[in-house]
Design a binder for this molecule. Structure first.
Ligand code: PTJ
Length: 247
């Protein structure tokens, strides 16, 4: 039990979610290391949602609202930290949710599928009964793609990845959106829209703007995307990382 008065309460709470998910059997061992890396970047960012991240999130929602078949890909870490907000987002913008694991095992897929079902969400893709295809050139179990989901999807949100997939998916003409605290990661560089923010702040922010954007006409959404440059936005994001303490 973490005391609410602890100065690092929020951060410790997230660690608790991560370790609980590991004990429940659905978070990969290396998911704990990935979380630590994210923590370090977030610390340097001041644990705040920066302006370039907000701009990227407007572009991301616009892109998903214009899509024919938008899909949110979830792994162990994403589920541990943001399952409820992901379900809300998927319902609001009419996107599918697909489980896609780097360290794929039948057991982890079953546990995650059951977690979604326990939340009343029964349409999860990528489960063990799904019709899975395999995307060429991805040399890991992450190549698996549901026929009705990532395989045929045109806009795919891939939070917290490790870079072996974003590039290949982007080459297949899909629009790739990521949430990654590391603006220098391969995934951030290879995606069309990279949101440099903690997923626990990003998905709630996306939910807070989704209804407003849904009410806009298509031209407004297209303009948001045309005005967005991922490389410039990543450059700007880097400027927010503080390696010197403010006096
Ligand atoms: O569940 P699986 O089997 O699919 O495995 C998932 C992990 C996360 C283990 C796998 O994708 C992996 O090893 O990822 P990496 O290479 O550690 O990359 C994860 C990226 O997410 C890193 O750039 C981290 O900085 C970033 N990250 C970690 N935690 C967060 C984050 N970004 C946003 N929010 C976070 N909370």
């Amino acid at each position: 039990m973490i005391s609410k008065t602890h100065p690092r309460y929020e951060s410790l709470l997230l660690r608790e979610k991560i370790t609980k998910a590991y004990k429940e059997g659905y978070l990969a061992e290396s998911g704990m290391i990935a979380h630590g890396r994210g923590e370090a970047f977030d610390y340097l960012l001041g644990e705040k949602t920066i302006y370039p991240a907000k701009r990227a999130m407007y572009a991301a929602i616009a892109q998903m609202l214009l899509a024919n078949n938008p899909v949110i890909s979830v792994n162990g870490n994403t589920v541990a930290l943001a399952i409820d907000d992901i379900i809300t987002l998927a319902k609001t913008i009419n996107a599918k949710i697909e489980i896609n694991l780097f360290h794929r095992t039948k057991e982890r897929i079953d546990i995650i599928s059951d977690l979604f079902k326990s939340k009343g969400y029964n349409d999860i893709l990528g489960n063990n009964n799904d019709d899975l295809k395999y995307i060429n050139d991805i040399e890991s179990p992450r190549a698996s793609a549901s026929t009705n989901g990532i395989y045929t999807g045109d806009v795919i949100l891939v939070p917290l990845e490790d870079g072996d997939r974003a590039e290949i998916l982007a080459k297949t003409n899909k629009k790739i959106i990521t949430i990654d605290l590391n603006p220098l990661s391969r995934t951030s560089k290879m995606s069309n829209i990279s949101i440099v923010d903690n997923i626990v702040r990003a998905i709630p922010f996306m939910n807070s703007i989704a209804n407003d954007l849904k009410a806009q006409n298509k031209e407004v959404l297209k303009n948001i995307i045309t005005d967005f440059s991922n490389s410039e936005n990543l450059e700007e994001s880097l400027d927010f990382f503080k390696i010197k303490e403010e006096k």
